[in-house]
Write a new protein. Structure first.
Length: 201
């Protein structure tokens, strides 16, 4: 597990009008492998339906929600009742709470099975996350590009790969000033697991 070491932000661009921090080697390779294996095999994956112009489609990834007792959270008309923390998620939550100094009470889990799975442009700006949410995002498995685009200045577009075992933090005004996405790719690629820890107020 990393601390706020010199690695932090060393391999992402400087992103104006936002606070984005990145540790590409938060978990060392062997630890990241073992966490990924445990996540894939213990989470009861969920295939949500989304409605686009009145037609129903499968959401292009599998998901699940974990959190403190009684927490509900959702986005784009999808509502989840949080499952109680499992052992591996609790272990990771404890690590990132120590590293960041922030507490989290919910974790949205995403499983991108291949290059056709994706997460379209959006901001994590649901009212229940409060004014300036801190989002801690962990990546395991296949590297995918994280894209950011500024809401007003069209020149401020950035992308960088999210490494196996990495930790990305977005905080302060970032959800007001930028949208982010994981785009589809035609490349033949493997599976990626993403965890986003958040705090529902
Ligand atoms: O998979 C990722 O890295 C991004 C996930 C995301 O944007 C979300 O769950 O809101």
């Amino acid at each position: 597990m990393g601390t706020m070491s010199t690695l932090f932000n060393s391999d992402i661009p400087l992103i104006p009008d936002a606070t984005v921090q990145y540790d590409g080697r938060y978990y060392a390779f062997a630890k990241a492998e073992s966490l990924q294996f445990r996540l894939v095999n213990t989470i009861p994956w969920r295939q949500n339906k989304i409605t686009v112009y009145g037609k129903q489609y499968d959401e292009p990834r599998l998901t699940q929600l974990y959190g403190d007792k009684g927490i509900n959270y959702g986005y784009s008309g999808i509502n989840f009742k949080a499952l109680p923390w499992n052992e591996v998620l609790l272990e990771i939550k404890n690590d990132i709470e120590k590293t960041t100094g922030h507490e989290f009470n919910v974790c949205l889990v995403n499983r991108y099975r291949n290059g056709q799975d994706s997460n379209g442009w959006h901001a994590d700006n649901e009212k229940v996350l409060g004014e300036n949410p801190v989002i801690a995002s962990l990546s395991f498995g296949q590297e995918r590009y994280f894209h950011l685009r500024h809401n007003e200045n069209k020149e401020w577009r950035f992308k960088f790969p999210l490494h196996h075992g990495s930790l990305l933090i977005m905080k302060d005004q970032t959800q007001h000033t930028y949208q982010h996405q994981i785009a589809k790719t035609k490349r033949q690629i493997g599976e990626r697991i993403n965890l986003t820890f958040r705090k529902v107020l």
